[in-house]
Design a protein around this ligand. Sequence first.
Ligand code: ARE
Length: 584
Amino acid sequence: MEFAGVYHRTSEQMSYPLDDDRLIINLKTGYDVKQVFIHYGDPFEAGILGGNEKWSGKRDEIVYKKRLSHQIWWTTTLTPMYKRCKYFFELHTEDSIWYYFEDGFLTEEQFHMEGRILQCFIVPWMNPSDINITPKWVNDTIWYQIFPDRFCNGTPQNNTDDITPWRDHGSVTNYEKFGGNLEGIRSKLEYLQNLGITGIYLNPIMEAESNHKYDTTDYTKIDPSFGDTDTMKSLCIEAHKKGIYVMVDAVFNHCGRKFMPWLDVLKNGKSSKYADWFMVENWDDIAKRGDTRDKRYYTFAFTDGMPKLNTNNNEVTEYFCKICEDWIREFDIDGIRFDVGNEVSHRFLKKIREHLKAIKPDIYLLGEIWHDATQWLQGDEYDSVMNYPLLSGIHDFFLDKTMKKHEFEYMVNRCYTMYMQQSNNVLFNLLDSHDTERLMNRCNDLDKFYQQLAILFTLPGSPCIYYGTEIAMEGAHDPDCRRCMPWSEIGSSENVEKIATMKSLIMLRRNEKMCRSPHFHFPDNYDNDRCVEYIKIDEYGNSMEVLINASENPIKINSGKEILFSRNFDREILGANGTLIRRI
Ligand code: ARE
């Protein structure tokens, strides 16, 4: 057996309670392991293996597995009678059987030898307050991300001189302001509701100098170019009336250079009462401008106008707990996205979570983390993260034609074996954002565009489309991905057709529980290396097949039941770059 491939721990996403009663246990092995059994029982009942007492635990086969690139991921759910469990595994290869315990492996012969004391894997007690609970509504939500300056100007009559006229076509820079605002968003809520959207995620709206507002000046004040407290309140009230949740962006890793405490530090240096709110290394050069590679103080990346806040400091933690609390109390927001969510301290996040969940238990706390975020998703910090690994995996598969369908399968499986199911259910799935080039730019082809959206809308988590995706808006990397929404052309026949297609995917996601279910597998029914097929199953056993023919050749497919969505599908033939979603 490939011992190095075998891995299990009684922590993180390998072994955790799904709820009060169910315990999920996962195990990794190499591909040489063909069959796995789990032996389990109560720690005070099942006896000590090999000792004087007799082992009286149960033995079940683990039948569910996912293929990863170099390992198999076996998964099972147990319901321990007394909320605690001890267990070990029995692994079968072609020609041997091994027993896997916390302290190592035993051969069959050793296993049956009397007198050996073995350490089982132990889950001592499934304490309710340690269970990772994530907000249920998020899995049912279809998000729409809005970059406020570029979405819609609801009060053009109030434009000030620094506002550039709305640009329906062409690139934008990071120095232009186009006058998009909260009233504009409010005026388009009906449009969003008709599209089927049930959640809006707003890029920062608090006072800041730039157009993107990631350099906050005042966390208590809506940026005047976007509106004021009242406009935000009415936006939230109206959104809620229309069944639309609201998530805001929180920039707590750093502030803008005009944030009052930073101004105080600039003025009073070390003796400022805010001196420890930031991360200053060289007090003499603090007022110097330009790149911060010299480490005079730490910033976001090396951007001098974004001094890093010290989230290790209790006052800073309390300050931001209060800020979030006020946002909840004033606007009744439903979610908070934490910018640069991987650089703030864990202690800070634990406190914020505890504070906010006590006020609004259902609030969705989302971390902006682009890499493996396991350490933030143990149930006491974020509910979930932006699923950039899925974005880049889908992107790579469509870009690199040499990638085969099983590589796609490994990638998707990797994304959904990284975290606990509770976090997977509310993963923020996206194909582009204000930080990436737009999806349409990457595919340059509507069929491929809809293929990727079909994937996004049928995987576990919560899909988000970036404003303008419904009309396949284009845009290269930041700042080009932040163009103005071309409202004057929204009614063109081309756009009407695209919006209808987007809406059909949205409604499919909303109407079919199978789309949202965490359960899926990849059968191997089609003899085409670039035809991805996966089956989604809901809790009642209904199945749905998703077929993405990413090859250049049409494929002949078996007949199935009701078609739920299709492009390039003609009777039993799925065309090149075609998509088919149907019941089976
Ligand atoms: C501006 C220019 C950029 C230029 C940059 C250079 O627009 O073209 O490259 O300056 O300094 C905000 C604005 C940006 C602005 C930036 C700095 O929106 O327009 O950029 O401020 O002034 C990493 C971080 C992640 C971060 C991304 C951008 O981990 O947190 O980089 N994303 C958030 C927001 C941004 C925002 C900020 C942070 C700052 O979403 O919009 O920028 O508040 C890998 C790594 C990731 C890395 C990612 C992208 O995959 O794993 O960690 O993300 O690449 O670089």
